[in-house]
Design a protein around this ligand. Structure first.
Ligand code: SF4
Length: 237
């Protein structure tokens, strides 16, 4: 749950989410839920309901959600679907942490889809995408060397990425950019999906990144974290 005192948004409390007798398969450890503006990718600017799950298997050096590594509240799938419905928003994003660390994220996505949600999954690329429901929009990281987690990428995941998905490179500087460019061109990523290149907030210069993309005529989308432009780099937005 968002605990930012000055947060301009209305957080939705977990109703009916007290620990109960349901099996752990129907529960997830949740760091926070909130309504905000989608800040990244093809859906940037749209109102979106966010479900941030706890736990991550990686430790990227620039991570801006370290608070989601540990803890979290157990919440049933039913309560999360209820909270999403209550938000009045069609778009819902599962994020983290790393959502696919928790197996119950799969039935959660299925239940959300069945209830009529448009579901986005943000994942760090280190878990198999094969079991993610086909209707889910996947935003998949390819970790660059500057993240410190370059080895995390699962090459077989390329099979499961299609035109409705997005592949994201978060770059710390020129070296990461060149690495990402090489990856994109060698795999022809831009030919079958949307490629996002995102500067590390406060570290890589977005204008410089824009110049590099333009100079290279790279078929990639400069991905600025819109929510941080609006509200700053803080929790719950
Ligand atoms: S994968 Fe995401 S949540 Fe996990 S350490 Fe990296 S940036 Fe943080």
């Amino acid at each position: 749950m968002c605990d930012v005192p000055s947060c301009p948004l209305t957080c939705i409390p977990f109703r009916n989410s007290a620990p109960n007798r349901k099996s752990m398969d129907s529960q997830l450890k949740v760091s926070e839920i909130f309504s905000s503006i989608q800040g990244e990718g093809l859906w940037a600017g749209f109102p979106c309901f966010f479900i941030r799950l706890s736990g991550c298997n990686l430790r990227c050096v620039y991570c801006d959600t370290t608070y989601a590594y540990y803890g979290g509240q157990p919440v049933t799938i039913e309560s999360l679907v209820f909270a999403w419905k209550n938000s009045g928003l069609r778009l819902v994003q599962l994020t983290g942490g790393e959502p696919l660390m928790q197996s119950a994220s799969l039935p959660l996505m299925e239940k959300l889809l069945a209830a009529g949600a448009r579901v986005i999954l943000e994942t760090n690329g280190s878990f198999p995408l094969s079991r993610v429901p086909a209707a889910v929009i996947k935003v998949v990281d390819v970790k660059t060397p500057g993240s410190g987690e370059e080895q995390a990428w699962m090459p077989e995941n390329l099979r499961w990425i299609n035109s409705g998905d997005q592949v994201k490179f978060v770059v710390t500087g020129r070296e990461d950019y060149e690495w990402a460019r090489s990856f994109i061109l060698s795999h022809g990523l831009h030919l079958f999906t949307t490629v996002l290149i995102s500067p590390v907030w406060g570290q890589a210069d977005p204008a410089e990144l824009a110049r590099w993309i333009l100079e290279d005529r790279l078929s990639a989308r400069l991905n600025i974290q819109f929510h941080k432009v609006l509200w700053g780099n803080k929790k719950g937005v």
